[in-house]
Ligand binder design. Structure first.
Ligand SMILES: NC(=O)CC[C@H](N)C(=O)O
Length: 234
């Protein structure tokens, strides 16, 4: 049976169409979910896409976190359903306390839009199983509130438990796409919860899944194929 992956649209979401497309390219059915839906339409996993949900008023993700759809998603995520938050979706996951930490304004105080190199630090999540730990990928990044922050204790815990899922690749910092684009602590680009089913990151895998689009790289497709394998073997 084809896996059903829910893609949430809040007022102000931008990347729901591209996310639905990425889900289909990977071979699953994309199920649109509206922010007012309490019922998740029997999806097997959920993606919270990027954008400016509810206009990013108060703080990015702060209002969306209280939407009817999130009440159900929070419960399901705690029960083990795979959930991926991309950019604004990552901000929502932090606001919802499904992931620790918070996003501050970028250190340069402006919107950054570029192809970004990052390292996949762990393959032990529902969304990264098709990558190798240490693998470097390049996918688009576009945000203004992307500076990942948490207290030292939380950061140490994330590191010790192998829950830093992605780090900005800084090794070739003079070359295009390398370097920490927003001042995130410890170069963190994304993290996972302890169970590995909830993952959030600032860069956008859904914009890099087809060779004919953008830079022609398909480095983001692995997120969507990873979760399908997980669902089939679950
Ligand atoms: N691309 C996005 O999802 C942007 C996220 C958020 N609104 C920011 O600018 O930080």
């Amino acid at each position: 049976m084809t896996a059903r992956i829910g893609v949430v649209t809040f007022p102000g979401t931008l990347d729901d169409r591209d996310t639905q497309r990425a889900v289909r390219v990977a071979g699953a059915e994309a199920v649109p979910l509206w922010h007012r839906d309490k019922d998740l339409k029997q999806v097997d996993a959920v993606v919270l896409p990027g954008g400016f949900s509810y206009g990013d008023y108060l703080r990015a993700g702060a209002i969306s976190r209280f939407s009817p759809v999130m009440a159900t998603i929070i419960g399901q995520a705690k029960a083990g359903m795979p959930v991926l938050g991309i950019c604004n979706g990552f901000q929502v996951l932090c606001e919802a306390h499904l992931l620790p930490g918070a996003m501050l304004r970028n250190t340069e105080l402006h919107f950054v839009c570029r192809d970004q190199r990052l390292r996949v630090e762990t393959a032990a999540t529902a969304w990264t199983a098709d990558y190798a730990a240490g693998q470097e990928i390049s996918i688009p990044l576009k945000n203004i509130d992307g500076r990942y922050t948490a207290d030292e204790h939380t950061l140490d815990e994330l590191e010790a438990e192998g829950r830093v899922a992605f780090r900005y690749a800084t090794a070739g910092a003079t070359a295009d796409g390398y370097g920490n684009p927003n001042g995130s602590l410890r170069d963190i680009a994304g993290i996972t919860n302890a169970a590995g089913n909830v993952v959030g990151l600032m860069p956008h895998p859904e914009h890099a899944v087809e060779p004919l689009v953008g830079t022609g790289r398909t480095d983001g497709l692995g997120f969507f194929t990873s979760v399908l394998k997980k669902l089939v073997t679950a």
